[in-house]
Design a binder for this molecule. Structure first.
Ligand SMILES: Nc1ncnc2c1ncn2[C@@H]1O[C@H](COP(=O)(O)OP(=O)(O)O)[C@@H](O)[C@H]1O
Ligand SMILES: [Mg+2]
Length: 189
């Protein structure tokens, strides 16, 4: 009985520590952020900030119509990673791999595929990091995916005007530290 009570107090201490950490994290992170991007360069800059800070094994699922800016953002991610090869749209090649930088970039575009064809690609090899070196996996037209990884970042881009886009970034089962990756600065502009 005494033993049990001691255990319980240990649990209470642990909960206090977890709560304190949660408060700290909550002050630095947001579950979702929405930004208005007045030109393509700003979209590119978001990519640069993500590419220079995100760890290996991050999966970014990109949603948005043709011309919304998905490839523009991934070009920025490539620059942020330090890739000097030109990042080109994988609409026809399906998958472009860039392995020259800090960590690899795997850039996929599922536009031309049906969900059953996507299944056949075994995309999980990219985020399991067993057969391929872990890197950043950026997937355009992610709505074609019949299944998703355990954790990922959703990025939705939409038109507001000719040169303006709205971006919504939502992390799932992962933490995005907006003060560390510099997205806070962009938000204030
Ligand atoms: N704010 C903006 N953000 C991103 N792209 C923009 C923006 N304004 C204009 N554009 C233009 O829209 C196009 C977006 O193309 P792209 O990135 O290939 O889109 P997607 O990959 O979503 O089809 C580019 O020609 C880009 O210059
Ligand atoms: Mg594209």
């Amino acid at each position: 009985m005494v033993q049990w009570r001691q255990d319980l107090s240990g649990v209470r201490d642990a909960i206090t520590i977890i709560n304190r950490n949660d408060d700290l994290l909550a002050s630095r992170t947001k579950a979702m952020t929405k930004l208005t991007l007045d030109n393509a360069e700003l979209t590119h800059q978001i990519g640069v900030k993500l590419g220079s800070t995100l760890p290996a094994s991050t999966v970014i699922l990109l949603f948005g119509d043709l011309g919304a800016g998905k490839t523009t953002l991934v070009k920025g991610i490539g620059e942020g990673l330090g890739i000097t090869d030109p990042i080109v749209s994988p609409t026809f090649t399906l998958i472009n791999e860039y392995t020259e930088a800090r960590i690899p970039l795997y850039h996929l575009d599922l536009y031309r595929l049906e969900p059953n064809e996507v299944s056949a690609l075994n995309l999980e090899t990219y985020w399991e990091g067993i057969e391929v070196t872990p890197g950043i996996v950026a997937i355009e037209w992610a709505e074609r995916m019949p299944y998703k990884p355990d954790s990922y970042i959703n990025i939705h881009l939409s038109y507001t005007q000719l040169l303006t886009r709205e971006i919504t970034i939502t992390p799932f089962n992962t933490i995005l530290d907006y003060s560390q990756n510099g997205l806070n600065e962009l938000q204030q502009k």
